[in-house]
Design a protein around this ligand. Structure first.
Ligand SMILES: *Cc1c(COP(=O)(O)O)cnc(C)c1O
Length: 368
């Protein structure tokens, strides 16, 4: 039978596998950092209305520049950060993964490299590979904070074209202090200069503020965002970035024409009319996240301080075996391959109770 290896696929793709967490049919799914709350009914109604309207003109291509959507996104960013963001400095695509892909197509590519500080979001490395960009894994401390001295050294040595800083970081939950991000930006400018991409997929869940104000006077800085987590709209596929308008002009050199469908634009616009309700859920999830931390510590697990909607916990001799035992109790968490650690997404109070019951049982079993 013909397989992938029989096809003339690119050499660097041979022997690799597609990215993705297992989508298992389990009662409690806390493995992909989704928001557990379905969209509120008034928003569902509004989406239906807006999509019905968009359907009337689906014979035409959508607004290629998504101007209305980018205007509303700029307003959302300005309102929530206090930093003035204009439409010319905002770009949107199908999930922040596509935003990252466009950035790597623009600023990375064959003969160029990108760097991230691992463990971090593995898609940064995978999209680098997919765009022919070399990947360099930068260091972290044992407590998963960024080792600034080592990071500076790595940047000076490798002179990457793109540097990713994920804050709050996935899968560890660790926030990166603004001073550290600034120091990394300075190091990256001295070395090359290169683009620094702050991945703020989880910023709405953070104790700290967005780093959007750092964009001021730094044209090589990009902040990427998504509606997949805080907005509870992972199924929508809408990500966006804020940066100097020149960066937005640059990514347009690689974007496919009409990449963002009229249906997607209409749905995202509806969501942006309901940010108050959506950010209300975020507050509940932050409370649940903090409860998970407190209870996991009380049970006797170790926890990495979290600024996101998930918690990294351990330590396990064999994290995959523990992952399996938790799954046997009907709860799906994530094994990100960080030795000794697993990650649980904050769900509804009931889902979190089910998870806590499962890991409490496991702890008792181990003590017998
Ligand atoms: C989930 C996540 C994203 C979101 O990707 P989308 O394509 O917008 O769904 C981006 N960055 C990080 C670090 C994430 O964890």
């Amino acid at each position: 039978m013909t397989g992938i290896d029989d096809l003339p696929v690119r050499d660097e793709l041979r022997g690799t596998s597609p990215y993705g967490a297992p989508q298992l049919d389990v009662p409690v799914r806390l493995n992909t950092n989704e928001n557990p709350y379905p969209l509120p009914e008034p928003l569902v109604e509004r989406i239906a209305e807006r999509v019905r309207e968009a359907a009337r003109t689906l014979n035409r291509y959508p607004d290629r520049d998504a101007v209305e959507l980018r205007t509303r996104l700029a307003e959302y960013l300005t309102d929530t950060s206090g930093h003035e963001v204009g439409v010319a400095g905002v770009w949107a695509a199908n999930g922040s993964n596509e935003v990252i892909q466009q950035l790597l197509q623009t600023f990375g590519g064959p003969g160029r490299t990108a760097m991230g500080f691992e463990p971090s979001y593995s898609m940064h490395g995978l999209i680098s590979r997919g765009t022919g960009t070399g990947w360099i894994s930068g260091p972290r401390n044992d407590d998963f904070t960024i080792d600034l001295a080592a990071a500076r050294k790595a940047i000076a040595e490798h002179r990457p074209d793109v540097v990713f800083v994920t804050t709050p970081n996935n899968p560890t939950g660790t926030a990166v202090p603004p001073e550290t991000v600034l120091a990394l930006y300075e190091a990256a400018q001295t070395a090359k200069p290169s683009m620094v991409v702050i991945d703020e997929a989880y910023i709405e869940f953070s104790h700290g503020a967005s780093l959007l104000p750092l964009l001021e006077g730094r044209p090589n800085l990009v902040v990427s965002r998504t509606m997949s987590k805080a907005f509870g709209a992972a199924g929508l596929r809408l990500g966006y970035l804020a940066a100097h308008p020149a960066v937005v002009d640059a990514v347009q050199l690689v974007r496919l024409p009409y990449h963002l469908s009229a249906v997607t634009q209409a749905t995202a616009l509806a969501a942006l009319e309901h940010t108050d309700t959506l950010l209300g859920y975020v507050e509940q999830l932050k409370t649940e996240r903090d409860r998970l931390v407190t209870e996991l510590l009380a049970i006797g697990y170790e926890v990495t301080p979290s600024d996101a909607n998930f918690v990294q916990f351990g330590l396990f001799e064999d994290s995959h075996e523990t992952w399996r035992k938790i799954l046997d109790r009907g709860v799906l968490v994530r094994d990100n391959g960080v030795p000794g650690w697993l990650r649980v997404t904050a769900g509804t109070p009931e889902e979190n109770d089910a998870f806590l019951d499962a890991v409490r049982e496991l702890k008792k079993e181990q003590e017998l």
